[in-house]
Design a protein around this ligand. Sequence first.
Ligand SMILES: [Zn+2]
Length: 404
Amino acid sequence: MTSCRLCGSVSLASVVDLGATPPCERILTAAELDGPEATYPLHLRVCTECWLAQIPPLITPEDTFTEYAYFSSYSTSWVEHAKKFVDGLTLPDDAFVVEVASNDGYLLQHVVQRGVRCLGIEPSANVGQAARERGVPTRTAFLTPETGQTVRAEHGPASVVVANNVYAHIPDVVGFTKGLRALVADDGIVSIEVQHLLTLIELNQYDTIYHEHFQYYTVASAQRALASGGLALVDVELLPTHGGSIRLTAVPEEAAGEPSQAVLDVLDREKAAGLTELSGYAEFAARVGKVRRDLLRFLIDAAERGEKVVGYGAPGKGNTLLNHCGIRPDLLAYTVDINPYKHGKFTPGTRIPILSPEQIAEDRPDYVLILPWNLREELSRQLSYVHEWGGRLVFPIPNLEIVQ
Ligand SMILES: [Zn+2]
């Protein structure tokens, strides 16, 4: 990586180097186990001019998202989160809502239920098809300035444009932001949810660094990214989703007043955490090393005692963790996932079998390592049956925790 993708500066400082791993969504079929597997460096750096944290764009979104295995509706808490957002929207009579990266219609289905006109823009053909099957109009496309203008010409400007968990996934952040501006009405709003770099750093969430996440935002760097496409940040809300996210509300810059007090408060917090200078990033790599050593020590000790550890979930973040730690089936026999698309397949790089969740009750393992730790409350409830045979849940992040 030679220069910052947002401001063009060549002053990029290393935050953490996680080595080389396969892209985290490229799960393997049994037939692929005898073949080679490409790995790519996973090195997070921060720009010391605009403070956008970023990794080099080594894979393209087209590689990842043309046939995608992630269906948002598999997370009941995420669907509930989306419903709450839609219920809270104040919309004009002739409203038109567009969601970018609308996935399987997990959010827009609630807009349809309100009787409001909407359109999803979703690059993955298979996921977009699932949305259309539940009655959500969906266009198969990536958002570019041109796509934005075409949709505006065909459907009119959008009162609300939603872009959840996608602002990190696009290497052309400036082009994507211009696409948002093309979609939104001059008096409309853009609502973006994206992971917050502040919690990533503070809570050791290093496994959320993966090749599909090209950049990691503070409110300060997000404000600058929005401005690159003609949008002004007017409000921010801190959310617990994905271990700590920000909901950014932006409007066309011509229509913007002063940012809210919440924006000023979060900017102050980020500054206090040292994220607008190098000091805030200095100790992160050392803390990442400790997370790895603690987890490996636990797994090795359990294996020595003859205890069985299995995983729960096969999310992208789990694959960063498993690869960075070098965990193989001798330490983690298998993992399970609610998504049937992944059953009978194997985690990238570490080649751990992915089975159906029923396997846990059948095998009664001593420990279940929770890979999607961000769904802690939901999964603690769902997996409470593990305690019936004395099994324990283990959370690797922010620090190793074994729940009694
Ligand atoms: Zn920069």
